[in-house]
Write a protein that binds this ligand. Structure first.
Ligand code: GLN
Length: 545
């Protein structure tokens, strides 16, 4: 084990949704800016082995890593902020912990002992945290603990933190994120909930080293000193986290509060250089001062739940800044679209993205939307199920295969243009069994995709069971839909497009997972650029008319 690795645990108190993920990512960004190698890990106290089988209504988007882990959406924030890929080891759940302990028990590895939460479950938690530290590439491991202190489910995690703090007093600190509510009737900021949540942590034997206080109003010096006094933390370790216009402001707000400096001091690390955030600031500058605006419809079945499409929405922020454009997302529920209201939903947009998904709900609306953008030459990006719908729509309306479908939705269609991948046919369980993670894809020269990436071979992340059926490839090519991206080993079609359209691209993979602040995704950039051209042409047409 690399003894010099430092560990920062981030716990939450008072309520959920205070933004532990963004605080963790912001601290990591500042430490990275000082020259440290940092990774962030999320411990989720639920019993599912991973969020892959969870409905988006439960936990929002499922984020996929290069190595094919289906993970919590916070890992998306970590990657977008740090521009460093995460992996299986960066998301651990209670399900995973118990699965591993029970497997060891069945193998007889506990030598006749009674297997218990302490020490066996807590040892497994500590092992999962320190695995990342043992990869000597990381100087600091930031571990965010999901949920709120006091939840029954998170007790073993807090106990593991207590033990690690005791075992490695110089290498471990705890940052506790709490809320300081403002009572408008009293005109006051209230510290009591924070005091209570720190008390609760103390009951479990954990003294937080730093308190990050989420607030809607500036903390007064007296509030800060009250929090410090009642919670046994130094005054400079009371960090204000005020509501920000964008999550991308948070690292800078944390820097103003000297959050990174306090952490560095407490961990006995060298200060390093002043955080280098040039690229970050450039991005923010462009993000906040767009020269143009485009409106892009996001057609999906979970649009009332923005977290379901988190990575897509953020990829638009990155690609927007790169194009000096503000991307105004028009969230369109796929179930609300029908052939009579297409104008109303899509008549005022410069581009349409049809979202990934599973199952039949909302498919008809997606197909209507695609026919509309294909015929009206509106830029289109289809992702995963969105790409599959583009194939179905083309088969039905261009190739005349009226009943063409995906076998996911209509098993015995006469034209299974999208069908189950051969490797999937023998699979009967749902968890972790899709085609997951990074695969290569060769791009056809001269295609929109090749133009966007400017590369012949790309690597993108997947999460699907169904695929373009290659029996139909020739018919599609002849009718004007090209397979412009193909997996060189399996020959699976990964990208389809219509050359005779300003910009119509469907990707079987998920480009949104790889878009970061430092490297906005090429497909999103090209799509937004096409939308911008569309908007400019519309303006010109309006002036001429
Ligand atoms: N349901 C489709 C499949 O499994 C698409 C999956 C997705 O959009 N992520 O192939």
């Amino acid at each position: 084990m690399n003894q010099s690795t430092k560990y920062v645990f981030v716990t939450g108190g008072v309520t959920s949704s205070l933004g532990k993920g963004i605080i963790s990512a912001s601290l990591a960004k500042l430490l990275q800016g000082r020259g440290y190698q940092v990774t962030i890990q999320k411990l989720d106290p639920y019993i599912n082995v991973d969020p892959g089988t969870l409905n988006p209504y439960e936990h929002g988007e499922c984020f996929v890593t290069d190595d094919g882990a289906e993970t919590d959406l916070d890992l998306g924030h970590y990657e977008r902020f740090l521009n460093v890929p995460t992996s299986q080891a960066n998301n651990v759940t209670t399900g995973k912990i118990y699965q591993s302990v029970i497997n060891k028990e069945r193998k007889g590895e506990y030598l006749g002992k009674t297997v218990q939460i302490v020490p066996h479950i807590t040892d497994e938690i500590k092992r999962c945290v320190q695995i990342l530290g043992s990869k000597s590439e990381f100087d600091v491991v930031i571990t965010e603990i999901g949920g709120t202190v006091g939840d029954i489910e998170s007790l073993p995690y807090i106990e593991a933190v207590r033990q690690m703090k005791w075992e490695r007093p110089n290498d471990v600190i705890v940052v506790h994120l709490t809320l300081i509510p403002y009572l408008s009737a009293a005109g006051e900021l209230k510290t009591k909930p924070t005091q209570h949540s720190v008390k609760q942590l103390l009951e479990f034997g954990v003294q937080p080293d730093v308190l990050v206080c989420r607030t809607e109003h500036e903390l007064t010096p007296s509030v800060r000193s009250k929090v410090a006094r009642f919670c046994n933390v130094k005054l400079n370790a009371v960090i204000q986290s005020i509501d920000a216009d964008t999550i991308y402001d948070v690292p800078l707000l944390m820097q103003q509060e000297k959050f990174d400096e306090v952490v560095i001091e407490k961990l006995g690390m060298k200060k390093g250089r002043k955080p280098e955030l040039k690229k970050w600031n450039n991005f923010l500058q462009k993000h906040k001062n767009p020269k143009h605006q485009v409106r892009i419809a996001l057609v999906g079945k979970y649009v009332e739940l923005k977290d379901a499409y988190k990575s897509i929405a953020e990829a638009f922020v990155h690609a927007g800044a790169a194009n000096e454009v503000k991307v105004d997302i028009k969230w369109v529920h796929s179930e609300s679209i029908n052939e009579r209201n297409l104008e109303q939903h899509l008549g005022d947009v410069d581009g349409v993205l049809v979202a990934p998904g599973f199952g039949s709900r909302g498919i008809d609306g997606k197909l209507e939307a695609i026919q509309y953008v294909r015929e009206n030459k509106i830029p289109f990006l289809g992702i995963c199920l969105g790409m599959q719908c583009a194939v179905i729509e083309f088969a039905r309306n261009v190739l005349g295969m009226e009943e063409a479908h995906s076998t996911e939705i209509k098993e015995y269609t006469p034209h299974p243009v999208i069908s189950l991948m051969a490797e999937q046919k023998s699979i009967t369980t749902l968890g972790g069994t899709m085609r997951l993670g990074s695969y290569p894809c060769a791009l056809k020269k001269g295609s929109h995709a090749h133009e966007a990436y400017k590369e012949d071979l790309i690597q993108e992340r997947h999460r699907h069971r169904f695929e373009f059926n290659n029996d139909y490839q020739q018919a599609f090519e002849q009718a004007g839909m090209t397979a412009s991206g193909i997996n060189p080993e399996s020959e699976l079609v990964e990208v389809v497009e219509i050359p005779d359209h300003p910009w119509f691209v469907g990707a079987q993979f998920h480009p949104e997972y790889k878009s970061t602040v430092a490297e906005p995704h090429p497909l999103f950039q090209a799509f937004v650029k096409a939308a911008r051209t569309h908007a400019e042409n519309e303006d010109r047409a309006a002036v001429e008319a």
